[in-house]
Design a binder for this molecule. Structure first.
Ligand code: ADP
Ligand code: NA
Length: 335
């Protein structure tokens, strides 16, 4: 079993990123390696070029993301953690696959239709072809499994179609590429702003009080939780009672995601209590769970040498796996 997954580098990481994305990677790493499999995790910095981006922020966001991943439990000894640009074989294989991918297939991608909107003429070519780069990202390593959320299912289908057509057209009876199967990840928590129960917790929210950052110290976390917006009612005794109470539902959801309990189990304990009792308990739970992550994150993100070493070693390991596939692809194409 070989799992390949990429994440876009972003800075200012927060509790939403942790519970909604990073923690699932850590769990997958632990599950897959326990079964003798291997995970390759990469920072998808080439994919950042499909949308407008700030060059000066890309490198620092990448380092920040690596620091967060390692602080949260991605183990660079057990998983191969690397930067896409440090393995140029991704871009190289994409070009080879461009000969196999069909315009009609890419035209049907709903992400393309959604992101380009009415401005197709003004969209970058990268926005159109990045699903081919995604295919290269996984086919390069003969991935057997790729975790995909709903919005990415179609792109994995495309990767399979490309692999199958390439094998048929050029494989001379051999499988140049493995067809990867999807893994549907466990449903990720969706964390809302602490100031507005209808908005996602996000780094782009101008109010720092709206989110718990992975860099926040214990006192800041306690203050933010205590000041989180709520309604005046006591907590209900089950999840159904949270309907129509988005702020309360968010805080209970965060508690449950963090403690690993169901929301009903949390409410069985706190039902009937006011937020004066629940918020300090939630704050303490967050502080206790995030303190080790926070300490490691802050230490690592300023240790550029350590981060660069992690990425260098990851890229070396990734290249060893990539080279044989790329050589096979070139040979099959007669190049
Ligand atoms: P932001 O919304 O802060 O800009 P990104 O869009 O960079 O965050 O998201 C990076 C990853 O974190 C994505 O996988 C995304 O689904 C996840 N994520 C971001 N915000 C949340 C949230 N509030 N709840 C759950 N997951 C989130
Ligand atoms: Na976003």
């Amino acid at each position: 079993m070989r799992v390949v997954s990429g994440i876009q580098p972003t800075g200012n990481l927060h509790l939403g990123n942790y519970l909604g994305a990073i923690r699932n990677w850590v769990r997958m790493q632990d599950d897959v390696t326990a079964q003798g499999g291997q995970c390759l995790y990469f920072l998808a910095d080439l994919h950042a070029l499909s949308q407008p981006h700030v060059p000066a922020e890309l490198a620092s966001n990448t380092r920040e993301m690596v620091a967060a991943l390692v602080a949260c439990g991605i183990d660079p000894e057990r998983s191969i953690l690397f930067n896409q640009t440090q393995v140029p074989h991704h871009a190289e294989l994409q070009w080879l696959l461009n000969g196999t991918a069909r315009m009609g297939w890419l035209n049907r991608m709903t992400q393309w239709k959604d992101k380009a909107g009415k401005n197709r003429e003004g969209a970058s070519v990268a926005l159109f072809t990045y699903p081919v780069l995604q295919a290269a990202d996984v086919l390069l390593y003969q991935a057997t499994h790729v975790p995909v959320g709903d919005d990415q299912k179609q792109h994995l289908e495309l990767a399979r179609d490309i692999a199958q057509k390439f094998n048929n057209d050029f494989g001379a009876g051999e499988e140049v590429f493995t067809l990867p199967d999807p893994i549907i990840p466990a449903e990720a928590a969706r964390i809302m702003s602490l100031r507005d129960g209808s908005a996602k917790m996000s780094k782009s929210d101008p109010s720092d009080m709206s989110r718990i950052n992975l860099t926040d110290d214990a006192e800041t976390i306690m203050t933010k939780v205590k000041k989180a917006r709520t309604d005046p009612e006591p907590l209900p005794s089950d999840k159904g009672g949270l309907d129509g109470r988005p702020e309360a539902a968010n805080l209970v959801g965060i508690y449950a995601a963090m403690s690993g309990e169901s929301q009903d189990a949390v409410l069985a304990r706190f039902g009937g209590e006011g937020f004066g009792k629940f918020k300090p308990a939630l704050g303490e739970l967050l502080v206790e769970s995030l303190a080790p992550i926070n300490a490691r994150f802050i230490e690592l993100r300023q240790d550029r040498a350590a981060l660069d070493a992690i990425l260098r070693q990851g890229a070396e390991k990734a290249r060893k796996l990539a080279v044989p596939t790329l050589e096979k692809a070139y040979a099959a194409l007669g190049l």
